[in-house]
Design a protein around this ligand. Structure first.
Ligand code: FEO
Length: 230
C-alpha cells in the first residue's frame, strides 16, 4: 500500500520525509522568516506506509521457505507420535520413568510444531496440515528405543539444517534467526539421546542400575514453550 504526502522543503534543498520516491514537481512561492521571497519546490511523495512496509516484508517469505517449514510441522508432529510409541513400550515394561521421559519429549515435539505454525501464520502464510505417518517400529529390548531415538533426532537435525539452507539461499534472514533456536535445540536433543544410550549400556543390565535410571527419568518435568523462540 502506498501513501502520498506533499513536500515543501524549498529552493532545491529538498528533504524527503521518509526516503520516498518523488513522483511530481511543481513551483510554489513562499517567504522566509527574513522576508526574502523564495520558491518552494512542491513535490508529491509516494512511499510505503509503515503497515505497507511490514506487509511487503511479510509477503517476502519465499515459497520454498514456507514449503519446507510447512513440511517441518508434519515432521515434528510425527516425532511426537513416534515418542509416544516409545513411551508405550516402556509403560508396558513397567519402566514408568522412561515412559515419562518420552511423554514429555512428545509434548516438546508438539510445541516445536506449534512454534513453526505460529511463525508461518505471523508471516502471512497459512500452513496446510498433512497426514501424519504411522510409526512402525517394534522393539526387542530396552536399548532399542533409545537407539531409534538418537537416529531419529539426527534425522530431524538434518531436516532443520535443510530448512536453514533453503532460507539462507534466498537471504531470508528472519527465518534463519528463527531457526537458530531449533539448531541449538537439536544439539541438546542429540546429546540427551546419546547420554541415555550410554547410561543404558553402563547400568541397564543390572536391575538396581535400571531401577535408578528409571527413577532419574521419572524426575523429568515438562515446561511448555510459551513464546516463539526468537
Ligand atoms: Fe523437534 Fe527433536 O525435533
Amino acid at each position: 500500500m502506498l501513501a502520498t504526502e506533499r513536500c515543501r522543503a524549498g529552493q532545491g534543498d529538498h528533504k524527503a520525509p521518509r526516503g520516498p520516491r518523488c513522483v511530481g514537481v511543481e513551483g510554489d512561492r513562499g517567504t522566509r522568516m527574513d522576508s526574502t521571497v523564495w520558491v518552494y519546490l512542491t513535490r508529491q511523495h509516494t512511499y510505503p506506509s509503515p503497515q505497507g512496509e511490514q506487509k511487503e516484508a511479510a509477503m517476502a517469505m519465499n515459497e520454498s521457505v514456507s514449503s519446507v517449514l510447512n513440511e517441518q510441522i508434519n515432521k515434528e508432529l510425527y516425532s511426537a507420535y513416534l515418542y509416544l510409541t516409545f513411551a508405550d513400550y516402556y509403560e508396558d515394561r513397567g519402566l514408568k520413568g522412561f515412559a515419562n521421559w518420552y511423554e514429555i519429549q512428545a509434548k516438546e515435539e508438539m510445541d516445536h510444531a506449534m512454534a513453526i505454525r505460529r511463525y508461518l501464520l505471523d508471516n502471512d502464510f497459512t500452513p496446510t496440515m498433512e497426514a501424519i505417518a504411522k510409526p512402525d517400529k517394534t522393539f526387542q529390548n530396552d536399548l532399542e528405543p533409545l537407539e531409534a531415538g538418537l537416529e531419529h533426532e539426527e534425522y530431524v537435525t538434518s531436516l532443520i539444517h535443510h530448512c536453514y539452507e533453503v532460507a539462507h539461499e534466498v537471504h531470508d534472514v528472519r527465518t534463519m534467526k528463527f531457526l537458530d533456536w531449533f539448531v541449538s535445540e537439536q544439539g541438546e536433543e542429540e546429546t540427551n539421546a546419546r547420554d541415555m544410550i550410554t547410561n543404558m549400556k553402563l547400568f541397564g543390565s543390572d536391575p538396581k542400575g535400571l531401577y535408578d535410571l528409571d527413577r532419574e527419568y521419572q524426575a523429568r518435568v515438562y515446561t511448555q514453550l510459551t513464546a516463539l523462540p526468537l
